[in-house]
Design a protein around this ligand. Structure first.
Ligand code: SMG
Ligand code: MG
Length: 369
């Protein structure tokens, strides 16, 4: 495969409702896509970060800079670029997993398309539909929260994840549990908002039968999670802490988590995401696929990953309508609480030119042959 063009498309899609977490409030998804055109096929990827380094240390303008100056030149210099060769070619550059993931993912998409193979098949999928959970942001009032959750349950979502932060934890979790009963599959995500000193407070969540509490402490506080795990009955799931298969192996060995959230963008792409899945499977640790409010492009690729056998918990992969009135691809729709795994070549979706025109802010070539 020869790379002919690498193009960055900045997009901004309004959200159907603001999404508030302990990291802040988003009213739009402002990110960028990477389009890689090769002599065989073209491939797409979507940047998982935000305009600011609030969820992750990476952010859009920084990713663009590192792509332009450090990553793209290394990839286009490869004699035979292929997805499997990208991580090694980029290994001299430290960190920047989200930026690296873009190149590997777009090239993998192009490669799969060139071989007419679905990404799901390439990754080792064993199912053609995956259970859809929904992540529910912090609301102004408990009444708003109950109304929002009720709407999602009516749509058919099989699991509810509540965003929590100090001052918005016991009360919303108690209210949702009380309103919707013990059958509801419920979990919470703190996005690092607590410290180990809050252990006694967080232990009070145990009585609500949460499937898991996601990332209560800082990303680099593995020791804190180990200590917290000793006092909580609720299983700890790590998200921000896990940037690689090695991180997963370390966290599991230390007892810092019992569940892992696999986000392909955070870990440098789908190949490392699959390795995390494999490490977790070998240890009997359940995984599920996290989300970064992806448009149909990243959503399709996440669905392919979530079809692997170790993804045994409902995912943060919702219908397109959870976030967007209009998606950049044909919208993903809930069918009985699950979403279909695309079965066309590559990620199996096509970018709709009219939608892309409507939501793109700017386009620039990072490389042209
Ligand atoms: O794609 O549905 C989605 C978003 C799910 O809550 C979600 N993602 O920490 O898991 C997470 C958050 C990260 C983005 S908001 C800070
Ligand atoms: Mg999370």
């Amino acid at each position: 495969m020869k790379i002919e063009l690498i193009e960055l498309v900045e997009v901004r899609l309004p959200l159907v409702r603001p999404f508030r977490t302990s990291c802040g409030t988003d009213t739009a998804r402002h990110t960028f896509l990477l389009r890689v055109v090769t002599d065989a096929a073209e491939g797409w990827a979507e940047f998982g970060g935000d305009p600011g380094p609030v969820y992750s240390p990476e952010f859009a303008a920084g990713a663009e800079r590192v792509l332009l100056d450090h990553l793209v030149p290394r990839v286009v210099a490869l004699h035979r670029p292929s997805a499997a060769r990208i991580a090694e070619a980029l290994s001299p550059i430290k960190g920047h997993h989200m930026a690296k993931a873009l190149l590997e993912t777009a090239i993998l998409d192009a490669e799969c398309r060139a071989h007419a193979m679905p990404l799901a098949t390439y990754l080792g999928a064993v199912r053609d539909r995956v259970p859809a959970g929904v992540s529910v942001g912090i609301t102004d009032t408990i009444a708003d929260l109950l109304k929002t959750v009720s709407g999602y349950l009516e749509e058919g979502y099989v699991r509810i994840k509540l965003k929590i932060e100090p001052g918005w934890d016991l009360e919303p979790v108690r209210a949702v549990r009380h309103e919707f009963g013990d059958e509801l599959v419920l979990q919470a995500d703190a996005n690092t908002a607590y410290s180990l000193a809050d252990a006694g407070h967080l232990r009070r969540l145990d009585e609500f039968g949460l499937v898991q509490i996601e990332q209560p402490l800082d990303a680099d506080d593995l020791r804190g999670h180990v200590e917290l795990a000793k006092v909580l009955r609720t299983p700890i799931c790590l998200d921000e802490s896990i940037r690689s298969a090695r991180d997963a192996a370390t966290a599991i060995a230390l007892g810092a988590c019992r569940i892992v959230n696999v986000k392909p963008s955070r870990v440098g792409g789908y190949l490392e995401a699959r390795r995390i899945h494999d490490v977790c499977a070998a240890h009997g640790i359940p995984v599920w696929c996290g989300g970064m409010l992806e448009t149909g492009i990243g959503r399709a690729q996440n669905l392919a990953l979530a079809a692997l056998p170790g993804f045994v918990l409902p995912n943060d992969i919702s219908a397109s309508s959870r976030y967007y009135a209009e998606d950049l691809t044909e919208p993903f729709e809930l069918d009985n609480g699950s979403l279909p795994v695309p079965d066309g070549p590559g990620s199996g979706v096509t970018v709709l030119p009219a939608a892309l025109r409507r939501y793109s802010v700017s386009t620039r070539a990072l490389y042209a042959r």
